[in-house]
Write a protein that binds this ligand. Structure first.
Ligand code: AHR
Length: 500
């Protein structure tokens, strides 16, 4: 079949914020220890961070990294993770029933983030702690000196303040699994008062209030409404989380996960704007989709079944070509909502459902999902253009009829570079993309067509075959002439077509 779109620079939807290409480092499994940090590794830098992993993180092009959790943060004492390393306590982490050595903490992570050139997004513990621990952490990080907590940072060898601008007010506080799980009104009151105190320390910071853990929570919708009612004055963003997996062999629904994410975003926008109307507010709350990914959650035994270990192997999912198409498509969904979604974090960065894998004392490699993320982060820059798809539709059990073509385009206003991202969700048939290039000079030509597709949609990258799946540069599959682009998209493929 053929799917048609019109791409027009006049249909500008919003600007791509580099914070949409965020990721997440939680003290969970091997994300920190033997993930980003492993002083014994041959590639380790002077700070104990793995050079090979740092290189892959740079190549991934992530602009923002959320830290330190996740469920972990809801039992975390940040004071355990600062100061002389050999005096730090070994704690029982309740979230993942693991032993936390605290070898890496706030200063180590923020130092790494600075050297990597990524913006940090910190979370405070509103599970077992509250206002006081939250405001003292902001003081420790952001006040230059002359107060007890900021002077402590200086004594720890960090002269300049970290200047952390973005802060999450807890994590998934609607979830019964969360340490300190509570009701929307109680959480909202605590988040508002913690946020107020944090703003009193540093008025320039931005705050993210917890939305629902996922759109399937029984309190979804009401949670958002009540939390925003309490926190509207202090919060700038509301969080969303979503993980997708193929269940019961229903790959068609899985490939259409973006439709679910899109509907979820619209529901949260509607709820946030409802609270805005009721409060007669002028400010609009923006969204922070600070956990999203493919996660084969059905294979996770549950935290209570875990033995008490240091850096256990937790949820180290291996991703396929199909998973890469879904991750690419979810990223396209976020871009299409860039007018309201300001922040997004692929969860997580290394080993724990990460696009990067690493072995202790061994190699690191790119999962299939690394590639659509890295190429989107590199090329989908500038202005997002609104497009409407007309063409073949796939009937799915979970999401109803969904277009076979998923697409989004961006235009870099400085260079004039046009990037067309496209996924063919059809598992059996190739799809022809026909785009009318309206308002573009007739001289636009295809610079490059890269795609991820494979005769085996379950093919994956492993330690033994780390480059089994890589983007292929294909020729003559995409042609632009006379104000039109034609491109051939194989079944279950992710594509980036660059024009200039
Ligand atoms: O990313 C893994 C976990 O998923 C996070 O700790 C939690 O916030 C979510 O439930």
């Amino acid at each position: 079949g053929t799917a048609r779109v019109t791409i027009d620079p006049d249909f500008a939807l919003g600007t791509v914020d580099p914070r949409l290409y965020g990721t997440f480092v939680e003290h969970m499994g091997r994300c920190v220890y033997t993930g980003i940090y492993e002083p014994e590794h041959l590639s380790a830098d002077a700070h104990g961070f793995r050079g090979d992993v740092s290189g892959l993180v740079r190549e991934l092009g992530t602009g923002l990294v959320r830290y330190p959790g996740g469920n972990f943060v809801s039992g975390y004492h940040w004071e355990d993770g600062v100061g002389p390393a050999d005096e730090r306590p070994r704690r029982l982490d309740l979230a993942w029933r693991s032993i936390e050595t605290n070898r890496v903490g706030t200063d180590e992570f923020l130092g790494w983030a600075r050297r990597q050139g990524v913006e940090p997004m910190m979370a405070v513990n509103l599970g077992t702690r509250g206002i006081d621990a939250a405001r003292s952490l902001v003081e420790y990080c952001n006040v230059p000196g002359g107060t007890a907590w900021s002077d402590l940072r200086v004594r720890h060898g960090v002269r300049e303040p970290h200047g952390v601008r973005l802060w999450c007010l807890g994590n998934e506080m609607d979830g019964p699994w969360q340490t300190g799980h509570t009701t929307a009104v109680e959480y909202g009151r605590l988040a508002a008062e913690a946020g107020k105190a944090m703003h009193q320390v540093d008025p320039s910071i931005e705050l993210v209030a917890c939305g629902s853990s996922n759109a399937g929570m029984p309190t979804f919708g009401e949670w958002e409404r009540q939390v925003l009612h309490e926190t509207y004055d202090e919060a700038d963003y509301l969080s969303l989380h979503a993980y997708y997996e193929e269940t019961g062999g229903d790959r068609a629904s899985f490939l259409a996960s973006g439709a679910h994410m899109d509907a979820y975003i619209r529901d949260v926008v509607a709820t946030a704007d409802h609270v805005r109307a009721v409060r007669r507010a002028t400010k609009r709350i923006r969204l922070s989709f600070d956990e999203w990914n493919v996660w084969y959650q059905s294979r996770f035994p549950g935290e209570r079944a875990l033995p008490l270990e240091e850096r256990p192997r937790l949820i180290e999912d291996t991703y396929s070509v199909t998973d890469a198409a879904v991750v690419g498509s979810l990223l396209m969904t976020l871009l299409r909502n860039a007018d309201r979604v300001a922040i997004a974090c692929l969860a997580q960065l290394v080993n724990v459902i990460g696009p990067i894998r690493s072995e202790p004392g061994g190699p690191s490699w790119r999962q299939t999902t690394f590639h659509p993320f890295a190429l989107t982060a590199r090329h989908a820059r500038g202005t997002v253009l609104r497009t409407e798809v007309r063409g073949p539709v796939i009937d799915t059990d979970k999401h109803g009829p969904v277009p076979a073509l998923d697409t989004v385009s961006t235009l870099d206003p400085e260079t004039g570079a046009l990037t067309v991202l496209a996924v063919n969700r059809d598992q059996d048939r190739a799809l022809q993309l026909r785009a009318a290039l309206r308002g573009f000079a007739a001289s636009y030509r295809v610079v490059e067509h890269l795609r991820i597709a494979d005769p085996d949609p379950d093919a994956a990258n492993t330690e033994a075959a780390p480059d089994r799946v890589t983007p292929q540069s294909v020729r003559e599959t995409a042609v632009a002439a006379d104000g039109a682009l034609e491109a051939a998209l194989p079944p279950v493929s992710w594509n980036v077509i660059r024009l200039a």
